[in-house]
Design a protein around this ligand. Structure first.
Ligand code: SAH
Length: 396
């Protein structure tokens, strides 16, 4: 039963299906499983109970998202800002134990750090914050987040990156990206001894693809000869491959990303060829004109944004992988990634197996990898595991 201290917190009852989901260790309950939602203030802390009134835990409520309930504790919560401070301290301690060879890493990863709707990335001395839910957007919550981060990490500045689409889905008023504290918006960061420029208020996501950090180092360990980094963005794979390869080319359709890639190459004293092109067209051309490589990286954007896109996403992945397999010299290395949660590791490997058959290649899987450890996977919340990175040796 709720404790007396929590009697002021609105109560939400959920259906047996919602209750079963929470009892299985998941933290989300969908709107269709919420039995009473009248008069619950957007973004409030709520006491969740089953249909019979048995207390199941404390959650953050969204009046707008399909995910109406995000559980934050199995206990009553008396002081939410204090809980946030404790969770932030825990998230930082977890990274201190696990994150190596970088001053850029994800400090807080939403549900995976029991802080649903909050993402914080560290780039050397700048922190980049994303707020994705009504509850995390409340002013007292923002204040606890900023003061805890400052206390533990002493950043030169903190910026907020706003995704207008997310605020819209959460029925939050529009807000622009900008500085929350300090005035520094540019820095350099170093991962695996490779240096990168960082502009806090430009670029995709919060700046770099930190989830691939350990995969860059893994790919570099096998890379050789002529290398092609397809969907290279600001050149992270290419720059990691360069010390091991005789020649490296990066391909992306975004000119601004390639401009930063070129600056990153200069920062690291590397010569890399950057090509602005549609990767599908370029691979089609190159595979039919027998361009050959010893190492190819494929790291496309998420093709499956929802489960409805699964078939077309798998066709897209297969086309890319088929062409890359044909373009590898015997003994060549394929590094192939998918960041679509909806494409499971099993379907991704099946897609690759089909592509290998069609390309008449023998593929030996060297490593099947996921996201870097600072993007933790919560075992009972499968949605927290999304990145696949397969490293394979390809022969005729
Ligand atoms: N490998 C990069 C991340 C890639 S993100 C890294 O580790 O940093 C996906 C990239 O694909 C983006 O840079 C985007 O500009 C690019 N992209 C999207 N569609 C494309 C297409 N059809 N052809 C080429 N590049 C594309």
């Amino acid at each position: 039963m709720p404790s007396p201290q929590q009697s002021s917190v609105p109560k939400v009852r959920i259906s047996p299906r919602g209750a079963t989901r929470l009892k299985s260790g998941h933290v989300w309950v969908y709107r269709s499983d919420v039995l009473n939602s009248d008069d619950i203030p957007p973004g409030s802390l709520v006491a969740v109970s089953d249909q019979r009134g048995k207390f199941l835990g404390t959650a953050l409520y969204s009046s707008s998202s399909q995910i109406a309930i995000r559980l934050i504790s199995h206990q009553p919560v008396k002081d939410f800002p204090a809980l946030i401070r404790e969770r932030i301290a825990n998230a930082i301690a977890y990274r201190k134990d696990l994150v190596r060879d970088t001053d850029a890493y994800r400090v807080i990863f939403s549900e995976a750090d029991l802080l649903p709707g909050l993402i914080v990335d560290c780039y050397n001395d700048i922190l980049s914050v994303q707020i994705l839910t009504q509850a995390m957007d409340a002013n007292p919550v923002r204040e606890s987040v900023i003061s805890s981060l400052t206390e533990h990490l002493h950043p030169a500045s903190i910026v907020e990156r706003v995704e207008p689409r997310v605020r819209d889905l959460e029925s939050l008023p529009p807000r622009s990206s900008g500085l929350l504290q300090g005035d520094k918006t540019a820095t350099t960061f170093t991962m695996n001894a490779v240096q990168f420029h960082f502009e806090a208020l430009e670029g995709q996501k919060t700046g770099a693809f930190l989830d691939q950090r350990e995969n860059y180092a893994a790919a570099a360990a096998y890379a050789k000869g002529d290398a092609l980094d397809v969907f290279c963005y600001q050149g992270a794979f290419a720059l990691h491959l360069a010390p091991r390869c005789s020649q490296v080319t990066g391909v992306d359709s975004s000119r601004p990303a390639l401009e930063v890639a070129e600056q990153n190459a200069a920062l690291n004293h590397r010569e890399i060829e950057w090509i602005e092109a549609n990767a599908f067209d370029l691979l089609k051309d190159y595979s039919s004109s027998s361009h050959l490589y010893d190492t190819i990286v494929l790291d496309p954007p998420a093709f499956a944004k929802s489960s409805r896109d699964l078939d077309s996403a798998l066709r897209g992945y297969k086309e890319l992988n088929l062409r890359a397999l044909k373009m590898l010299r015997p003994g060549g290395i394929l590094v192939t990634c998918s960041c679509s949660y909806h494409v499971s590791q099993t379907s991704f490997l099946e897609m690759l197996a089909d592509a290998a058959v069609d390309a008449h290649r023998t593929v030996r899987v060297i490593e099947v990898r996921g996201q870097a450890k600072d993007h933790p996977v919560l075992l009972n919340v499968p949605e927290t595991a999304y990145l696949k990175c397969v490293i394979a040796s390809v022969s005729n």
